[in-house]
Design a binder for this molecule. Structure first.
Ligand SMILES: NC(=O)c1ccc[n+]([C@@H]2O[C@H](COP(=O)([O-])OP(=O)(O)OC[C@H]3O[C@@H](n4cnc5c(N)ncnc54)[C@H](OP(=O)(O)O)[C@@H]3O)[C@@H](O)[C@H]2O)c1
Length: 375
C-alpha cells in the first residue's frame, strides 16, 4: 500500500538518490523538507520527470523548533505521515565549525524528533547515521554497540554518535542506518556533483599539483597529452600511512540496502544496520588510483610526517599537506571490523569495492569535473 513520507536532507548526495529510487519503485507520496527556494529548484530539476503530484516541498530548517515548519503545514501532515527519513546533517570535518555542526546534527535531530511526535500514524523513524560513530576504535564494531571510550576523530563523528543516542531514547519506532564512506554510482560512475570525501581528497591532490601542471585552464590540455606522453612527477609526500585501509560504499548500493530495510517492515524496528563494504582498500592504492586518474605521478605516503605542521621547499607537498588536513585522522586510523548481521539485508546482493571499480569512479570524476569543466 502506498505510504506518505517526510524526508529531510533530500537535496544531499544520498538523499537525491534515495528519493529517486523511492519514487520510481513505489506509489508513495513524498514531502521533502528543504531550506530554500533555490534548493527546491535544484532538486526539482534533478528529479526531472519524477516530479509529480506525489512530490511536495515543505519549507523548513531543522535547527529551528519543529524544524520551522509552519503550524498549518504541521496540521496537514499530522494524520498523513507514515515514515520519516532523517538524513539532513552537517557533514563537514572542519572542527572550527563545531558549534554549527552540533546545532545541525544534535539540535537538528532533537527538532526532527519533536516534529515526528506530531504525526499520529508514524510507523517508522529512519535515522541516517554513519559507520564512523565508532570513532577511533579499530576493533569489532557491533550494530547495537556504540561505546565511545576511545573518542572520536572529529566533531562530526561525535555529534552523529550523540544523535544516535537521542534517537534510541526517543521512544519512536526507529531504525538506524550506518553507511561507511559514500562514493558515486557503481553502474554509471556518476558522482552527482559531489566534491567531498574521496572526491575531496582527489581535488586536494589536483589543486596542490597545479604548480606542476601549468594551472587549471591548462589541465585538460595537459591531461590529454599525458595519455601517451610524459606525466608530471610531483615527488610529494602525503600525511598518513599507506597500509591504513578505508571502507567505501557506492550510493546505489546504500540506497538498495535502504529499500531492503524498508521492505522488511517490522523486522527492522529498533535495529541498527552497519552498511559497509565487504572489501576495504589501502590508502596507498587509493592515492595511486587518484593520481592515475589525474595522470600524475609522485604522490606517496610518508608515515613520519608530523600532524602539526610541515616545513618544506616543495610547493606541491606544502599545498597537499594544507589541502588534505581535514582528512589527516582518516589517514592514521585503519578501519575496524564492522559486524553486519541483521537479517533483512544479509541476503541482498551488494556492490564489492574492487580496485577496478574504484579506478572507474576516479576516472569518471576527473573526466566529468576537471577535464570537461575545469575548476
Ligand atoms: N557522505 C557520506 O560519506 C556519508 C557517510 C555516512 C553517513 N552519511 C550520513 O548520510 C546523511 C546524508 O549525507 P550526504 O552526504 O547525502 O549529505 P549532504 O550531501 O552533505 O547533504 C546534507 C543535506 O542536509 C540538508 N541540511 C543541512 N542542514 C540543514 C538544515 N539546517 N535544515 C534542513 N536541511 C539541512 C542539506 O540541505 P541543503 O541542500 O539546503 O544544504 C542537504 O540536503 C547524513 O546524515 C550523513 O551524516 C554520509
Amino acid at each position: 500500500m502506498a505510504k506518505t513520507l517526510l524526508i529531510t536532507g533530500a537535496s544531499g548526495f544520498l538523499g537525491r538518490t534515495l528519493v529517486k529510487e523511492i519514487l520510481s519503485q513505489s506509489d508513495d507520496t513524498l514531502h521533502l523538507l528543504v531550506r530554500s527556494g533555490d534548493t527546491e529548484t535544484v532538486l526539482t530539476n534533478d528529479l526531472g520527470d519524477l516530479v509529480s503530484s506525489r512530490v511536495h516541498f515543505v519549507r523548513g530548517d531543522i535547527t529551528e523548533s519543529n524544524c520551522g515548519v509552519p503550524r498549518e503545514i504541521q496540521t496537514q501532515l499530522k494524520s498523513r505521515i507514515d515514515e520519516l527519513w532523517h538524513l539532513a546533517a552537517s557533514t563537514t570535518f572542519d572542527d572550527n565549525r563545531a558549534e554549527e555542526i552540533r546545532r545541525v546534527n544534535v539540535g537538528g535531530t532533537q527538532n526532527v524528533i519533536s516534529l515526528a511526535r506530531h504525526f499520529d500514524k508514524l510507523c517508522r523513524f529512519y535515522y541516517m547515521s554513519t559507520a564512523y560513530v565508532c570513532g577511533k576504535r579499530t576493533d569489532v564494531i557491533d550494530e547495537d554497540d556504540i561505546d565511545d571510550s576511545q573518542g572520536f576523530k572529529n566533531v562530526y563523528e561525535k555529534t552523529k554518535w550523540e544523535s544516535e543516542g537521542i534517537v534510541r531514547a526517543s521512544g519512536l519506532p526507529f531504525t538506524i542506518i550506518r553507511p561507511s564512506i559514500l562514493i558515486g554510482d557503481s553502474r554509471s560512475g556518476d558522482s552527482m556533483g559531489e566534491a567531498r570525501m574521496m572526491y575531496g581528497y582527489l581535488l586536494a591532490l589536483y589543486h596542490a599539483a597545479r604548480h606542476a601542471i601549468g594551472g587549471a585552464t591548462d589541465f585538460p590540455r595537459y591531461w590529454h597529452r599525458a595519455e601517451t606522453g610524459r606525466r608530471a612527477n610531483v615527488n610529494a609526500r602525503l600525511y598518513g600511512a599507506g597500509e591504513v585501509t578505508k571502507n567505501m560504499v557506492t550510493v546505489d548500493d546504500v540506497v538498495r540496502v535502504c529499500m531492503a530495510i524498508r521492505a522488511s517492515g517490522g523486522l527492522a524496528e529498533g535495529q541498527t544496520f552497519n552498511v559497509v563494504n565487504s572489501r576495504n582498500l589501502p590508502i596507498a592504492y587509493i592515492v595511486d588510483s587518484m593520481q592515475r586518474a589525474l595522470r600524475l605521478t609522485g604522490y606517496y605516503y610518508d608515515a613520519s610526517l608530523p600532524p602539526t605542521g610541515l616545513l618544506t621547499d616543495n610547493k606541491v607537498e606544502r599545498a597537499a599537506y594544507r589541502c588534505t588536513r581535514p582528512f589527516f585522522p582518516y589517514a592514521r586510523y585503519t578501519e575496524p571490523s564492522w559486524v553486519c548481521n541483521h537479517r533483512p539485508i544479509s541476503n541482498i546482493p551488494r556492490v564489492a569495492m574492487t580496485e577496478e571499480l574504484f579506478d572507474f569512479l576516479m576516472r569518471r570524476f576527473v573526466e566529468d569535473t576537471l577535464v570537461s569543466k575545469p575548476r
